[in-house]
Design a protein around this ligand. Structure first.
Ligand SMILES: Cc1cc2nc3c(=O)[nH]c(=O)nc-3n(C[C@H](O)[C@H](O)[C@H](O)COP(=O)(O)O)c2cc1C
Length: 170
């Protein structure tokens, strides 16, 4: 499980090392294996490799500026909440899928960075428009992907402390 402990947000990429289309699709497969409330499968994925579009995404907010550094992006998209049985749990379905992509990428030596979109309406609207989404689906998170410039960026920073854990009461 080292890839979970050693996963870090990677923001500088070695652009000479390409991620194949098959690998990007495989990362979506890992995402979709995440749990979802009542198994409602409330997610879709948009892979962006068009550099012009990635550059447009990078200008949306300060947090997405790092996208300009990478050649590959996966956007986790929520299905129209009206079409699923437990929409109140959809953000959790989408978060679980996003995290799976980060872990699966780390396992493959691929760096990633989660850029938050949902629940900020303005960001969702801009990204939906850039992706041509206008049918009730919505952009949830943007994940920058690329092989790290410095492999040592994968490291266990030990965020954990036993004080965070409680037994039998909070
Ligand atoms: C919901 C969410 C939104 C985030 N948004 C951004 C972002 O917009 N830009 C960015 O560079 N990092 C973003 N991050 C990454 C965090 O900054 C990062 O996870 C945190 O600093 C801890 O560092 P680590 O991932 O290396 O452990 C986001 C992470 C989460 C979970």
């Amino acid at each position: 499980m080292d890839e979970i402990l050693e996963r870090r947000s990677i923001r500088k990429y070695d652009l000479s090392k390409k991620i194949s289309k098959d690998t990007l699709v495989e990362l979506c497969k890992y995402a979709e294996s995440a749990p979802s409330a009542r198994n409602q499968k409330s997610r879709e994925y948009v892979i962006v490799t068009d550099k012009e579009l990635i550059n447009k995404l990078s200008t949306i907010m300060v947090g997405t500026m790092i996208l300009a550094e990478c050649d590959n992006v996966i956007i986790v998209v929520g299905k129209d909440p009206k079409t699923i049985s437990r929409p109140e749990f959809q953000p959790q379905d989408l978060s679980a899928a996003t995290e799976n992509i980060l872990i699966a990428a780390a396992k493959k030596g691929i760096g990633s960075c989660w850029c938050g979109v949902y629940p900020i309406e303005e960001r969702i609207m801009i990204i939906n428009e850039l992706l041509g989404i206008n049918d009730g689906r919505f952009a949830f998170s943007i994940i920058a992907l690329g092989y790290p410039k410095d492999i040592n960026e994968f490291r266990d920073k030990n965020k954990f402390s036993e004080d965070l854990v409680h037994f039998n009461r909070g």
